[in-house]
Design a protein around this ligand. Structure first.
Ligand SMILES: Cc1cc2nc3c(=O)[nH]c(=O)nc-3n(C[C@H](O)[C@H](O)[C@H](O)COP(=O)(O)OP(=O)(O)OC[C@H]3O[C@@H](n4cnc5c(N)ncnc54)[C@H](O)[C@@H]3O)c2cc1C
Length: 300
């Protein structure tokens, strides 16, 4: 990132919400469920599967978590009614993990009847490190109840290799592998780009060799090519893995992966609580400064 980009990223909290919303437009489907349905239909027509995510996290009141449960029940109905090729992803703190682990688990259990009825899949997103162990525990408890569930692991965390070897491989988990997005201390997380990439590849190869289904979640061309090499070396069939990307990011790379015959799933977030997710995405955009200046000076 250039100095200017870094400057824009650090001053992002000072940028008015209305402007952040405009910059973040491409990363979110919109504020309503209908917006998400339309975005999913468009992707499905291109042969791309999706994951619908109701935006929201760090809930501090049980009633708010309950609202999110209701929203997800509506999402599951809509996926069935509109015959969408989509599953769902949920942040544990959105269902109350920051309040109480039992409350959070109970909220997940409230989705089970509908998940069973529609035979759909639920992914538990991974948040920052205070929640890693709790999320692994939650996933074990949920997957014991409902097998069509999965978890996320982060290649930047030093502990992840152990979590994979000692818990996820023995448990035959369905995993999404990503680099990780939260700001973590050096003693918990690798900071060097190349080390994170090497760990990503190590985790990917170990998981695939052990027969886990892996969602390879990255927009990093180097990692995508490394993944393709590992897939070829292990002679995997297309039903043993998928690539995953976020809405609005690196669409040309996404098209190329699809053209090469790999399964692709796009994460489609929607909802009124878009701010935290949007600022994380903007901070990852390597051209953020250009974006901001174009907008300020109204350049096309
Ligand atoms: C489907 C999916 C689900 C995820 N779930 C989680 C999760 O549960 N927990 C978690 O911690 N993290 C999650 N992440 C985020 C992930 O951890 C990374 O922060 C994110 O994917 C960026 O890392 P990267 O591998 O794409 O590499 P990067 O090096 O960040 O990006 C590679 C290239 O992609 C492009 N790019 C990346 N981001 C942007 C952007 N915002 N705008 C424009 N271009 C961009 C740039 O060209 C960049 O050089 C998820 C990511 C995906 C794809």
């Amino acid at each position: 990132m250039s100095l200017l980009d870094t400057l824009v990223v650090t001053t992002l909290p000072l940028v008015p919400k209305s402007i952040v919303r405009r910059f973040a437009g491409p990363y979110i489907a919109g504020e309503s469920l209908n917006d998400a349905i339309e975005a999913v239909k468009k992707l499905n027509r291109q042969g791309i599967s999706t994951t619908i995510d109701v935006l929201g996290e760090s809930v501090t009141q049980p009633e708010k978590a309950q609202q999110y449960v209701s929203n997800y029940l509506k999402v599951l109905d809509a996926i069935d009614q509109h015959d969408l090729d989509s599953n769902i992803s949920i942040k544990p703190t959105q269902f109350g993990l920051g309040i109480d682990t039992d409350l959070c688990r109970d909220n997940f259990i409230k989705l089970m009847d509908k998940l069973r009825k529609y035979d759909n899949f639920v992914r538990i997103d991974m948040e920052d490190s205070p929640f890693t162990t709790l999320t692994l525990d939650l996933h074990e408890s949920i997957s014991a109840e409902y097998s069509k569930s999965g978890i996320v692991i982060q290649a930047y965390l030093r502990r992840t290799i152990k979590d994979l070897e000692e818990r996820l491989i023995p448990g035959k988990a369905n995993i999404r592998l990503c680099k990780g997005i939260y700001i973590e201390p050096h003693d918990l997380a690798y900071k060097d780009t190349d080390v994170v990439r090497k760990n990503f590849n190590l985790l990917l190869e170990k998981a695939l060799k052990a027969g886990l289904y892996v969602g390879i979640a990255t927009h990093d061309e180097i990692l995508v090519w490394d993944a393709m090499r590992i897939i070829e070396k292990l002679d995997l069939s297309p039903d043993q893995y998928e690539f995953q990307m976020l809405l609005g990011v690196t669409e040309s790379l996404r098209r190329q992966i699809v053209l090469e015959g790999h399964k692709m799933r796009v994460y489609v977030p929607f909802g009124k609580d878009w701010y935290a997710y949007s600022t994380r995405r903007l901070k990852e955009n390597p051209k953020i400064a250009g974006y901001v200046f174009k907008d300020i000076f109204n350049l096309k």
